[in-house]
Design a protein. Structure first.
Length: 311
């Protein structure tokens, strides 16, 4: 029996992510790249509340400054709602209120989390009952990271990152995130990667067309061993991200000098994720980075993907 949500909000929470491994394939004729990545959803969340409305609108609150975000039809959450309405033949609209806590353009998939949460919230609000697989199909059309924000946990992503297979991860990993005061353009970081590869073509191996995730990453995740995982962290986009934002190198140095097992730029950056050995180590690292006047957040992973929250 479909619950009637009219007159009150449907609340869905979806997580941000860290790419603990990211290998980028050679540039394709269409300008895109295939990737092989290991995603881990972490306990930094976007909260989406959906209300019945005659048209489509979105408003933002939360700990992240969202004044620069577009609220028209180009917004990813609005696109998600419109796509679902079109697919389901729903003639009404929705008003979305999004509390943002994941950095904007920070390499952690905040916009993707908004879109994933919107799909689930609107499906529930409107009673469309499309089912998980069809919602995942819509998610993949919205962006490479959206399906993972929907499923959460730990997963391997291939293709454009949207072809997911679950990965076993034992226990919890302790992360400390250093949040930048600026955003990063994912297309620009990829272009810089291509330029980097062209500049050093004589010195580095050619990129694979279809990259794969290294076996030692999967072994470290299965073992739940942060020391093993620290040895396996890898991101092909880190070098171009550092080239475009050299100050990130100092952030990495501070973290690794204050007890982090390893640090890595998350996705296309500029968020830097540090892996700690245990909760005490994460707290010490948080205090050290805070003393150096960086904005820091402690999180754990893996966590659930998009899910309904009872208010």
């Amino acid at each position: 029996m479909t619950q009637n949500w009219r007159g009150k909000a449907v609340h869905v929470r979806a997580p941000g992510k860290i790419n603990v491994f990211l290998k980028v394939g050679a540039v394709m004729p269409d300008g895109y790249h295939d990737v092989a990545t290991a995603y881990q959803a972490v306990s930094l969340y976007e909260d989406v509340r959906a209300y019945d409305a005659d048209d489509f609108s979105v408003a933002f609150t939360g700990s992240i400054d969202s004044t620069g975000l577009l609220t028209d039809g180009s917004n990813l959450a609005i696109r998600a709602a419109r796509m679902l309405a079109h697919r389901a033949g729903y003639r009404g609209g929705v008003h979305l209120e999004i509390s943002k806590n994941v950095p904007i353009a920070g390499g952690m998939g905040g916009g993707s989390a908004d879109a994933a949460a919107t799909l689930l919230a609107c499906d529930t609000l409107w009673g469309t009952e499309l089912g998980r697989e069809e919602l995942l199909g819509l998610a993949a059309r919205l962006g490479a990271d959206v399906p993972f924000a929907f499923t959460g946990g730990t997963a391997i992503g291939t293709g454009r990152g949207d072809r997911l297979s679950p990965a076993l991860a034992k226990g919890q990993f302790q992360w400390v995130l250093a949040l930048a005061t600026f955003g990063s353009s994912t297309p620009e970081v990829y272009r810089e990667l291509d330029r980097h590869r062209d500049r050093h073509a004589q010195d580095i191996f050619p990129a694979q067309t279809q990259p794969t995730v290294d076996a030692d990453v999967l072994q470290a995740l299965r073992a739940g061993d942060p020391h093993m995982l620290a040895e396996s962290l890898h991101n092909d986009l880190q070098a171009p991200a550092l080239h475009l934002a050299p100050a990130l190198a100092q952030v990495l140095e501070i973290g690794e000098a204050n007890g982090a097992l390893a640090g890595i730029v998350s996705g296309s950056g500029p968020t830097v994720a540090f892996l700690a050995a245990d909760p005490d180590g994460a707290l010490e690292l948080q205090l050290a980075l805070g003393a150096a006047r960086h904005t820091v957040v402690r999180v754990t992973g893996p966590v659930h993907g998009a899910r309904l929250i009872g208010d």
